[in-house]
Design a protein around this ligand. Sequence first.
Ligand SMILES: Cc1cc2nc3c(=O)[nH]c(=O)nc-3n(C[C@H](O)[C@H](O)[C@H](O)COP(=O)(O)OP(=O)(O)OC[C@H]3O[C@@H](n4cnc5c(N)ncnc54)[C@H](O)[C@@H]3O)c2cc1C
Length: 415
Amino acid sequence: MFDYIMSEKQKKLRDEARDFSAWVPKEMVLAMDAEKIQFPHEYLREAGRRNLLGIRIPAEYGGRGLGWVEDGIVAEEIGVASYSLACLWGVGADIVCEAVTKFGSEELKREIVVPLLKGEVYAAEGLTEPRGGSDFFGAATVARKEGKDWVIKGQKRFIVGAEGADWFLIYAVTDPDAPPHKRMTAFMVPRTAGVESRYIYGLMGVRGGGAGRVLFNDVRVPERFALNGINGGFTVFTKMMIPERLGTAAMTIGSVRPALEIATRYTARRKAFGQEIRNFQAVGFKVADCSMLLDAARSMVYASCLAADSGTVGDGRIRRMVSGTKKFVTETSWEIANNCMQVVGGIGYTSVFPLERIVRDIRLSMIWVGTNEIMQLIIQNEWYKEFEEVLSKEPVRDVEGDAAAADEPDEKIYE
Ligand SMILES: Cc1cc2nc3c(=O)[nH]c(=O)nc-3n(C[C@H](O)[C@H](O)[C@H](O)COP(=O)(O)OP(=O)(O)OC[C@H]3O[C@@H](n4cnc5c(N)ncnc54)[C@H](O)[C@@H]3O)c2cc1C
């Protein structure tokens, strides 16, 4: 985040997060990328020890009780060490804990959130199924009532942290005959009889974070594990879009920042044709554009964080802004990473620099927590809804009138 707009407290928090990122052993990052580690328990325990999990979760449950701006500040720094670690950091403490604190009983908050924010347990989030992730309402995982309990059957795939999770926040169809937004329930499912995780993917990046498939083979859970009650899953899903996407945007900035640092240093030292390559506009302009794009991306994250913190911006507009932020930031970060690799030349494509890992890792950002095409859909829907209100009012200035032939009604044909 921008240091010149941070308060002293926020700078202190940023420095804590920076210290934590500096603590992350290089061996851990490399072993995760090589899949010698499948789930970095030690990372989450250390984050818990430092009280750097659950930045927005109330202090009574072990979080910091701060806002989105602070969350964005920390997420950016967390992203610097490794995107895979940042994904784990965000899913358990930011997304699942928010769902439980907003929609769970006091008992569940004590049972799940408190130990999770100490780094003692981990919770994954499962929406995506083998048959599709974008079409959330088409979920095939079902839960049927048996006595006082619910019995869950189905599968989720590509679940970050599946391998190490003690709890799973999953969505299941509980009323197949109801309209889509009334048929789903969000359940907290412990790793209990019938839950099976499989670490099976050869991922391009974001490795070592336990991403896998989770099978629910007639898993019995009490009704109290349903967040927001039975058939109340849609509201949980809609609210969780915010931490999923705003958190992703903030941490992606952090993960691409090292690429720009590496490219800047390299191009300032590397010589060709008798001079530093930064002097060639083809190189220096690329680096300049990357720094501009990083500022633009960060500005968007900051604006959305302020909107979310304000409490005065409507849900639809927040959804549009956050979806736009996720799309813009992740595509911009991809462009930055790609250009940083380009100006470093052949050596940037090797494991001598971490650029190739950064490129592989952040490619995920355009796919997960809702693809960027789905972000476009949301922006489209929300923008037109937002504009309907504007259209129904008299404009402050008749901007359409500012044209020489504006008063030619016969030329303004709409049908
Ligand atoms: C490493 C990794 C980690 C992940 N972690 C998690 C996790 O922790 N939890 C979780 O639940 N999921 C997770 N995911 C899943 C991810 O969120 C989904 O892959 C994503 O939402 C897309 O779903 P899909 O892969 O089924 O693609 P599909 O839904 O099959 O989409 C395929 C393509 O069609 C496009 N498309 C689909 N519908 C539309 C439409 N209506 N309009 C325009 N385009 C459309 C999509 O944008 C995409 O380009 C992870 C994925 C990966 C790879």
